[in-house]
Design a protein around this ligand. Sequence first.
Ligand SMILES: Cc1cc2nc3c(=O)[nH]c(=O)nc-3n(C[C@H](O)[C@H](O)[C@H](O)COP(=O)(O)OP(=O)(O)OC[C@H]3O[C@@H](n4cnc5c(N)ncnc54)[C@H](O)[C@@H]3O)c2cc1C
Length: 378
Amino acid sequence: MTTHVIVGSGLAGAKAAQTLREEGFDGELVLIGAERERPYERPPLSKDYLQGKSEREKIFVHPPGWYGKHDVDLRLGVSATRLALDEHVVELSDGTRQPYDKLLLATGATPRRLPGPGLTLRSVEDSETLRDGLARGGRVVIVGGGWIGLEVAAAARLAGCEVTVVEPEPLPLARVLGAEVGAVFAALHREQGVVLRLGVGVASVSDHGVRLASGETVEADLVVVGIGAAPNVELARTAGLEVACGIVCDASLRTSHPDVYAAGDVAEPYHPLYGRRLRVEHWANALNGVPAAARAMLGREVVYDRLPYFFTDQYTLGMEFTGDTTGYDEVVFEGSVPEREFVVRWSRDGRMVAGMNVNIWDGVEELQNRIRADLSRS
Ligand SMILES: Cc1cc2nc3c(=O)[nH]c(=O)nc-3n(C[C@H](O)[C@H](O)[C@H](O)COP(=O)(O)OP(=O)(O)OC[C@H]3O[C@@H](n4cnc5c(N)ncnc54)[C@H](O)[C@@H]3O)c2cc1C
């Protein structure tokens, strides 16, 4: 019997198992996950779930009985420790050796830390610990003004905490969205009473707060570190697969070994429209990239060329972002920035490369169509 193995039981791993079964794969299907919880979605962990507004059961990708019903051998609390490509075997932390015909690596990413204490946010347990911390009130310092840092800042303000965000860039989100849109998010958070310490890094974290690179101390009852995540590539790297930042794949999500695929946060596939490899740490990428990888595992012709897509909710601002702003030379706003109902279009060399709609819904498809058309132009 053919055996397909998926390593990583996050959204990508769970959706891969679902797609393989939906596409008619009737062989043995093994899903290996280091976490003890069955697969769940992470976006609520910094939003509704962190704010205590949604039930735990709602975060899971599938109901508890789904895996048994679909004959998926779900092995939780078990890590893949070594991959032997020549033998087509994955070695597991429980001492067993799992053979495979095709393997999908969906090992996700791990939050970067700073030396010393400070909470990070990746797992449901992290979110629950943080929620308890926010419920105690007091002073919260958040290191990092990226997506997770800002969403935690919003949750902390809604919980009544005093919040300071420390970000080495001159504006939050500047690396992803540029200064123009970074300024919109800075204004939003300042309006809500968040203190932004911009243009300065954190030198160290202690039980009493953080010391800034400038030497100044910012006291805190709780420190949250949201400085990005590193893809979990060790398994692939030590096996000899090609790894850049993530696991290098072609447009069908196949790695440098023909029987091994990668998807989700850990994958760095070639994107045919952008003409380069793109590693995307977004929910929609785990959701949509995986069916492509699963079909490729079944021998179908696949080209994964979806545009990156991300959403966030902070206070009353909801937004969808699509594309990639790298190297943009023009940014245009349409609508009302003061009323926070607007669309942003980023372009490079006269071609639209990214777009965003803020508190305007149903606009993302139009933005994506335009980006696709522009990027396809020779
Ligand atoms: C708090 C938070 C909020 C987010 N909010 C948004 C949002 O609003 N919008 C958005 O677009 N994206 C958001 N994201 C990003 C999105 O959740 C990720 O892109 C998505 O979870 C990626 O899924 P994945 O399955 O690739 O990786 P993961 O979810 O990281 O899952 C990988 C799994 O593999 C396991 N694993 C790793 N190594 C091994 C091994 N050797 N053996 C066995 N198992 C292993 C890990 O323990 C983990 O369970 C958020 C992420 C976080 C953390």
